[in-house]
Design a protein around this ligand. Sequence first.
Ligand SMILES: [Zn+2]
Length: 538
Amino acid sequence: MKRSVLFAAILVAALAAVPLAQDPAPAPAPPPAPANPRLDALKTEAIADVDKRAQFSQQMVDQIFSFGELGFQEVETNRYLIDVLKKNGFAVQEGVAGVPTAFVANWGSGKPVIALGSDIDGIPQASQKPGVAWHEPLIDGAPGHGEGHNSGQAVNITAALAVKKIMEREKLSGTIRIWPGTAEELVGTKAYFVRAGLFKDVDIALFTHVSDNLDVSWGARSGTGLVSVQYSFQGETAHAAGSPWRGRSALDAVQLMDIGWNFRREHLRLSQRSHSVVVDGGDQPNVVPRSASIWYYFREIDYPHIKELWETGDTIAKAAAMMAGVEVLPTKLLGSAWPQHFNRTVAETTWANIQKVGTPQWSDADQQLAKALQKELKNPRAEGLTMKIGNSLSGPVRENNGGGSDDIGDVSWNVPTVTLRYPSNIPGLPGHNWANAISMATPIAHKGVTAGAKVQAMTMLDLVMRPELIDQAWKYFREVQTKETKYEPLIRTGDQPATWLNKATMDKYRPEMKKYYYDPSRYKSYLDQLGIKYPTVK
Ligand SMILES: [Zn+2]
């Protein structure tokens, strides 16, 4: 008796908590989708078509994996994507927004304009043989796809081609726009894309990002926005032993700034994240360093606090320069990102399509690879790949304790946007690491991409055939999301994309990496080309 009363009390409490947890923001309730047999039939057709394109998707995933290019140097990736899109009837504008490795591809005409984006860049030191469940680089020290950004364009382009075929035959109005998230790891371009007007006429932005499950969400996301700032100091050289009193060390200022920031860290908000690397620490010990630079990511959960953190950085840099008797040069903004906020209507539409697709059918080999890697990483629960989609669509985050960033945030404050996550990776990995590259040119990535493309294609058909969704999405955008928060770019008027970044690293490794580019005319898959048995486990 007592136990049942307690149970009832818990149940009441749990039910009472549900609306709060999911919906702190006032938002129009979604009307149920009206019966639309024509739309349903076209969705069924699109799903079958995406399945038929599985080899095309696999080749894109493997090809971009094999390029393994770092941000702003995605030369081969860019060339390849442009060729694929041109061959498939897209009109391509190259080198947009002052970024040589960016493009905008358009097909179709009129409204709605649906923009499909996904990141394309890799991670330093993430070179890794796919399908091998331990750290084994293809080329030691080289970059690689240790984030899985080799897969998102395949999701979008596969979906776009399936939908394009239907739109042509059915004479449906609409424009499909495809664009790359160039240099996302440097949060280097999307604010510039916004500034250049790439999203001015866009109705809905559908972004995709690799994950270990199919998922989407709406409202304010957990995680941060950021500014990426480089501080450079200038002193004077002198013989470090003969006449050190005549020199002024720029490296001293870098070290003092580092110490100053780390003392200040104790008095910063818990939600901040900040980290730095020294990119120039002087030339050789017997010459007092004339120049030195330190590069920070300053992360916070909203625009005013990002600006505040940045100002604190500027103050500490000035103070460090005064202590060292050197000058701070004008700062370089190397990247920026707004915190992300996703659209409710578009997320609900996408979520309904996720229900229809479900998780891929994993093979024993897929599960063996996943479990072996989880064990290798000493993951206490080596549970393998995700077998079912989440229970419910997640809404606005209630307590944001900080975390990573993505400059899709800037797009999300300019046009209704969601990020579709798709299951091409293995759960429980560290991120930005060789381990995250292991599945990314294997059947796990390929199946995840096909699942993602099915969802994306269905959502595109929803947007093309149900114009009321676009109106609802903009109503949420105007009346809820941007009611109190207005977008102001973090990039300053004179700032330009930092397109020189990673050039030296790619110049160093590219000649060796070229030997491993995937050749789909000779090999069915990249695993075949590398002669890797799938899975390779201990
Ligand atoms: Zn990413």
